[in-house]
Design a protein around this ligand. Structure first.
Ligand code: ADP
Length: 399
């Protein structure tokens, strides 16, 4: 049983083909700069072949066609015939209140998804175009939508509501939803399965720190709070997103800088965060290099990034009345020992102690807390694609 996972972004399609018996990936890659100059595919397969291919790809449909050609290519691919693909799983960013769980795609379901596009205008329309293109290219093959928001459906209303007039929630469903759900789900499940944390009664904080970053309180296996809100702008400081900010400050900036909605949207999504403060880069590696070269603003950006994560860990420990484990994942969480060390300092009140040698020497997955630490701290590389493949497999098995 082979499942193709597709993640359609603004100008890219990330793809992976999974073998669901072995639970491993067979092929993975990324079609980048779709519809732009210099479109290319970075492609690898499980036989250790890695290649970059330049192609002219004007739209998603052509992109998916190229992916399928690669899958059956005698040298670069791994399957003989497309009929070996039993289902396609799509990452869909926003399920709103309508989609409480991952869902088999039907025409009615796509209509409902289109209605939700106003909640996520930057993401959902691309996801829908990806689904429609995949239906064209692989007719008759079941397709499943796996939502970033689904894992957070257990968050209680006193946490997900904004204290705006209630009518705004009733009319437009403006509330917090949370994102990165597949990642927070994956790493918390791994912690239960591999680090002896009992799901029942457990209090886990999952920190997904990549270009986009979010943090989730997972109590008894359920998300009870998360830092992102109605959109992925709320919460932590990110590569280019602002995170938490006084709504009044935005109105002030719009007035004084004479910005329209598109411009302020650009400001808070693309020009803020690590990039906005450092003036150098959105990338944590560049920030670290700039700090070692004496960059004051890079240092300020770094300190703000770490401080805001520490504040969230404190507040999530408070709402769960303690914490048993903290998990780091995402490009920064998995790779930066400095960030992990700086986040975890001065948590004596939680009884948390990092083992510095373990933290620095760790490659991949592992525990980085000291044996006598009351809070287990671990690094678990995320695998959102596997969650999508497994959810697809489960739903398709029910057909
Ligand atoms: P995305 O949210 O786009 O999926 P990733 O999860 O790939 O992002 O994370 C990208 C971030 O991870 C970048 O800020 C990058 O600098 C950071 N990163 C990757 N490797 C390292 C490293 N060795 N040290 C510090 N930061 C790293």
């Amino acid at each position: 049983m082979k499942i193709l996972v597709l993640n359609c972004g603004s100008s890219s399609i990330k793809y992976q083909l999974f073998d669901m018996v072995e639970k491993n990936w067979l092929v993975k890659g990324n079609v980048q700069k779709i519809g732009l100059l210099g479109t290319y595919i970075s492609h690898e397969n499980c036989k250790n072949i890695k290649i970059r291919l330049d192609r002219e790809i004007p739209d998603y449909q052509k992109g998916i066609e190229e992916i399928l050609k690669l899958l059956v290519d005698p040298e670069l691919g791994v399957i003989k015939d497309l009929s070996e693909i039993k289902a396609v799983g799509h990452r869909v960013v926003h399920g709103g209140e309508v989609f409480k769980d991952h869902t088999l795609i039907t025409d009615e379901m796509i209509d409902a998804l289109e209605h939700l596009s106003n909640l996520a205008p930057l993401h959902n329309p691309q996801n829908i175009r990806g689904i429609l293109s995949a239906q064209q290219v692989l007719p008759g093959i079941p397709q499943v939508a796996v939502f970033d928001t689904a894992f957070h459906q257990t968050i209680p209303s006193y946490s997900y509501m904004y204290p705006l007039p209630y009518s705004i929630y009733m009319k437009d469903k403006v509330r917090r939803y949370g994102f990165h759900g597949t990642s927070h789900y994956f790493v918390s499940r791994r912690a239960y399965a591999e680090y002896g944390i009992e799901k029942k009664n457990s209090k886990v904080i999952t920190c997904h720190l990549g270009n986009g970053a979010s943090i989730t309180a997972v109590h008894n296996g359920n998300s009870v709070d998360t830092s992102m809100g109605m959109t992925p702008v709320e919460g932590l400081m990110m590569g280019t997103r602002v995170g938490d900010i006084d709504a009044g400050a935005l109105l002030h900036i719009m007035t004084t800088e004479n910005l329209n909605v598109t411009e302020i949207n650009n400001l808070i999504n693309k020009q803020s965060g690590l990039l906005g403060i450092s003036g150098i880069s959105f990338d944590m590696r560049d920030i670290r290099t700039a700090i070692s070269n004496g960059g004051d603003r890079a240092k300020l950006a770094y300190d703000m990034f770490v401080y805001r994560i520490r504040k969230y860990i404190g507040s999530y420990s408070a709402v769960m009345n303690g914490v048993d484990a903290i998990i780091f994942t995402g490009g920064i969480g998995e790779n930066s020992a400095d960030v992990r060390k700086d986040i975890c300092r001065d948590f004596d009140y939680l009884g948390l102690k990092i083992d510095n040698d373990l933290n620095v020497s760790l490659k991949g997955q592992g525990m980085i807390s000291a044996p006598d630490s009351k809070v287990k701290v671990m690094v678990i590389p995320t695998n959102e694609e596997l969650v999508i493949a497994e959810a697809t497999y489960r739903l398709v098995g029910k057909i």
